[in-house]
Design a binder for this molecule. Structure first.
Ligand code: IMP
Length: 424
C-alpha cells in the first residue's frame, strides 16, 4: 500500500503511536498533518520508552524521512527540545525532518491567552492540554498567524510579531488583566530558532506529492481522535483541528484519491481526557481499576484519563466519517482480569433507542448506553502472537467489535512493546 493513513477513532490516546511505529518499518516517509504538542505518541522498544509530541513517530525508524505538514501548529521551544532529546538518545533528526513553510507557529502569548480564558469561565472549561493550540489555530483562521516560512524573511517576521504582540497585549492587559509579553524577547528567540531550523523548512506539499508520484511508501499519522475533531467531534469539547480524514489532505496538500488505505485505531475500551460528554464512562471503582491497569494517564499532561466501556456507536461513526477500511484494536490485554466486559451497541435517549451518533452534544450528554455483557477471558494474553491462540472469549469480544463496527480488524495489540502484536 503506497499511502496509508492511521487515525484515532475515539477521543485520542487510542495507541496510534504504536501502530504508526509498526507500520513505519515498511514506510519511507511518515507525515503528520494536524495538531501540535498537545499530542503524545508513546512507543516502546528494546526496554526504552519514547513519547513524541510534534515530530512524527516515524523518526524512531532510522530509514524514514519525516514531514510536519502545513496543518500543524508548532511551538519552537517544544520542537527544539524534542529534537535535542531524541538526538541525545541516539536518534538522528537533522536531515530527516522537513517542515512545511505553511505550518503555523505557537508563540508565547498563545498558551497565556488559553490559560486565562479557561480560568475565566470555570463552568465551560474545555480542559485543554494548555499548549496554546486553540489560540494558535484561531490566529490562523483570523489570518494573523505567523508561519514557518515567515522566519525566512526577517523584516516581515518583525512586522508580524509586532502587530500580533500589540493586539495580544491589549487583550491580555485590558481584557484579562494580566501582564503582556515582550516583543523583543519573542523576536530574539524566533531568530535563534530560525538559525537552527531554516534548513528544514520546505514546500512540503510539493515534496510529498513528488515522493508519492515516485512510488514511495508514505504513512500519514493522525493525532488526537475523531471525537475531538473541530467539526465532527463533541463540540465544543474538542481540539481545534480536523483530526478526521479531510485534515490529512488539507494538512499536507495531497488529494483524497492518493490515500490507499485508512486504518482506524480503537482502544479495546474507551478513554477521554478533559471535559465533555462520554456516554460509556465508568465513574466508580471499575473505571479506576481500568485506569490503573491501562496506565491511563495523559502522555502530555499526566492527567488521569476518564475510562469506560467500548462504545460501538462512536466507533461506527468514526468509521463512517473517515471511510475507515481496517481497524487496529489496542490494549486488549488491559481487560485480562475482568470477570465480565460490557460493550455498548446503542444509546437510549428519553426512552427511545438510538443507533446513530447524535451530532448534538446536548443529546449526547443525556444518552444512556445500551450494553451487552460478555464474559471476560480471565487469563494473560500478552504472550499471544497468533489470533487463533487467543482465548475464545477474547476472540468473541473482537468478533463483536467487528460486527458492531462492520469493519475488519487487521491488528490487535496485547502489550506496549513492538512484538506484543497480533496481525490478522
Ligand atoms: P487542546 O487540543 O489542548 O486544545 O485540548 C482540547 C481537548 O482535546 C481537551 O479535551 C484535551 O484533553 C483533548 N486532547 C488534545 N490532545 C489530545 C491528545 O493527544 N489525546 C487526548 N486528548 C487530547
Amino acid at each position: 500500500m503506497p499511502v496509508q493513513l492511521v487515525l484515532g477513532a475515539q477521543w485520542g490516546d487510542e495507541g496510534k503511536g504504536k501502530v504508526v511505529d509498526l507500520l513505519g518499518e515498511v514506510s519511507d516517509i511518515v507525515a503528520r498533518y494536524q495538531g501540535g504538542s498537545n499530542a503524545g505518541h508513546t512507543v516502546r522498544f528494546d526496554g526504552e520508552t519514547f513519547i513524541l509530541h510534534l515530530i512524527p513517530t516515524g523518526i524512531l525508524r532510522p530509514h524514514t524521512q519525516c514531514f510536519i505538514g502545513n496543518g500543524m501548529v508548532i511551538n519552537p521551544d517544544s520542537l527544539l527540545e524534542e529534537m535535542k532529546a531524541l538526538e541525545e538518545r541516539g536518534i538522528m533528526v537533522s536531515g530527516r525532518l522537513f517542515i512545511s513553510q505553511n505550518a503555523h507557529l505557537i508563540l508565547p502569548y498563545h498558551p497565556i491567552i488559553e490559560k486565562v480564558s479557561e480560568e475565566m469561565d470555570e463552568d465551560n472549561k474545555i480542559g485543554t492540554t494548555g499548549r496554546g493550540i486553540g489560540p494558535a489555530y484561531a490566529d490562523k483562521a483570523s489570518r494573523v498567524g505567523i508561519r514557518m516560512g515567515d522566519l525566512l524573511d526577517l523584516s516581515l517576521l518583525k512586522k508580524k510579531v509586532s502587530q500580533n504582540v500589540r493586539v495580544k497585549n491589549l487583550i491580555l492587559e485590558k481584557v484579562y488583566g494580566v501582564q503582556g509579553v515582550n516583543e523583543e524577547r519573542i523576536l530574539d528567540s524566533l531568530k535563534a530558532f530560525r538559525d537552527k531550523i531554516k534548513g528544514s523548512i520546505i514546500d512540503a506539499r510539493w515534496r510529498l506529492n513528488e515522493e508519492i508520484r515516485k512510488g514511495k511508501r508514505v504513512l500519514l499519522e493522525g493525532a488526537q481522535g475523531t471525537l475531538l475533531d473541530i467539526d465532527f467531534g463533541t463540540y465544543p469539547y474538542v481540539t481545534s483541528s480536523n483530526t478526521t480524514i479531510g485534515g490529512a489532505c488539507t494538512g499536507l496538500g495531497i488529494g483524497l484519491r492518493k490515500i490507499d488505505r485508512i486504518i482506524g485505531v480503537l482502544k479495546a475500551y474507551t478513554t477521554r481526557v478533559g471535559n465533555g460528554p462520554f456516554p460509556t464512562e465508568l465513574e466508580g471503582s471499575l473505571g479506576e481499576e481500568i485506569r490503573e491497569m491501562g496506565g491511563e494517564y495523559g502522555a502530555t499532561t499526566g492527567r488521569p484519563r476518564r475510562c469506560g466501556w467500548f462504545d460501538g456507536v462512536i466507533a461506527r461513526y468514526a468509521v463512517q466519517v473517515n471511510d475507515v477500511d481496517a481497524l487496529a484494536v489496542t490494549k486488549l490485554d488491559v481487560l485480562d482480569t475482568l470477570d465480565e466486559i460490557q460493550i455498548c451497541t446503542g444509546y437510549r435517549y428519553r426512552g427511545e433507542g438510538l443507533t446513530q451518533f447524535p451530532s448534538n452534544s446536548r443529546i449526547l450528554e443525556e444518552v444512556e448506553p445500551v450494553t451487552e455483557v460478555m464474559p471476560g477471558w480471565k487469563e494473560p494474553i500478552s504472550g499471544v502472537r497468533e489470533y487463533g491462540d487467543l482465548p475464545e472469549d477474547a476472540r468473541s469480544y473482537l468478533k463483536k467489535i467487528e460486527e458492531i463496527v462492520e469493519t475488519p480488524i487487521r491488528m490487535v495489540s496485547v502489550g506496549s512493546s513492538r512484538e506484543e502484536t497480533i496481525w490478522l
